[in-house]
Design a protein. Structure first.
Length: 313
């Protein structure tokens, strides 16, 4: 992790989901594919930051790579709901002025994170849902795909197995594949972005924490940028992103301490998961309460980490 960064030191941190992720639950091919995707997402976001680009552009670039990669539960490769359909949620937030955009229940827009940014920049709203959100995307020229473009065989098999076993879509110790990015740029600004397909077997139009500003996604130059993955209902109840930011701003805690405290609160309520956090000065931290979390970091100093399991760096 990073400490004592200079004010102009850029940092990019990613997550790709947390949960029962151990060497026994992933094939060698799945591990290699996920690590390669995280490296590619780091490359995309770091290229923006290294050119003195904005944290906002960097997190969007990184998330689009992860949305297009079927190893993660976001965009292509997203989880299927109880009815066999895929519905996508995403959010993005700019720490400079706390502008934010979010979408929920999207079924045709290839990159929901790009749609969330369009909502932020080209509408008076923060959150759009369902057919209206996809229609807004089409109006603004964002690529549309057939709903089955997002589906991969592994996710269909996961749903069929869960339904056959009478399983619960909200088993809080399951694997959560939500993707997220936080960044600080050379101007000292932060941004956050999160994208997800929700949980396998979700019903009744369920929406988790990812598109909820202040819960799964948050950015404020006065405090920090935050993205979460995990049992979303608990992150909503804890207002997790805002809670971490508030502890940083009002209690003077460092971002790692604040993140751990909020995750402990969520754990006490019955939830699990992980978070990534970045501060305007370039500091960054991740914390998780599950056996593993797909995660990655790159900095202006050349530091680069890609990890999956709990006993890695």
């Amino acid at each position: 992790m990073t400490d004592a960064p200079s004010p102009t030191r850029w940092t990019l941190m990613l997550h790709g989901g947390a949960g029962r992720i151990t060497p026994d639950t992933l094939t060698d091919a799945a591990q290699a594919g996920a690590r390669a995707a995280l490296h590619s997402a780091l490359d995309a976001g770091a290229a923006v930051l290294a050119a003195d680009g904005s944290a906002l552009d960097a997190v969007g670039a990184a998330i689009r790579v992860l949305e297009d990669d079927p190893h993660f539960n976001a965009g292509r490769g997203a989880a299927l709901g109880h009815d066999g359909r895929i519905e996508l949620d995403a959010a993005i937030m700019d720490g400079r002025d706390r502008r934010a955009g979010a979408v929920a229940g999207v079924i045709r827009t290839r990159n929901p994170i790009s749609l969330a940014r369009a909502v932020m920049e080209h509408s008076p709203h923060v959150l759009l849902a369902g057919a209206g959100a996809d229609g807004f995307a089409e109006t603004h020229g964002l690529e549309q795909v057939a709903p089955d473009w997002f589906e991969v065989p592994e996710r269909r098999a996961q749903l069929e197995s869960m339904l056959a076993d009478g399983g619960d879509a909200f088993d809080v110790d399951m694997k959560f594949g939500t993707v997220g990015a936080v960044a600080s740029d050379t101007a000292g600004h932060v941004a956050a972005a999160t994208s997800t397909g929700g949980v396998t077997g979700k019903r009744w139009g369920r929406i988790g924490d990812s598109p909820v500003i202040g819960a799964g996604t948050w950015a404020d130059d006065r405090g920090c940028a935050f993205s979460a993955t995990g049992s979303g209902e608990f992150f909503i109840r804890a207002a997790a992103g805002h809670a971490v930011d508030a502890r940083v701003r009002h209690l003077g805690e460092d971002i790692g301490t604040a993140a751990a405290a909020v995750l402990a609160e969520i754990r006490a309520m019955g939830g699990t998961g992980g978070v990534i956090v970045a501060a305007p000065d370039g500091a960054a931290a991740w914390r998780f309460t599950t056996p593993g979390m797909y995660r990655a970091m790159a900095t202006a100093d050349g530091e680069r980490i890609v990890a999956i399991f709990g006993d890695e760096a």
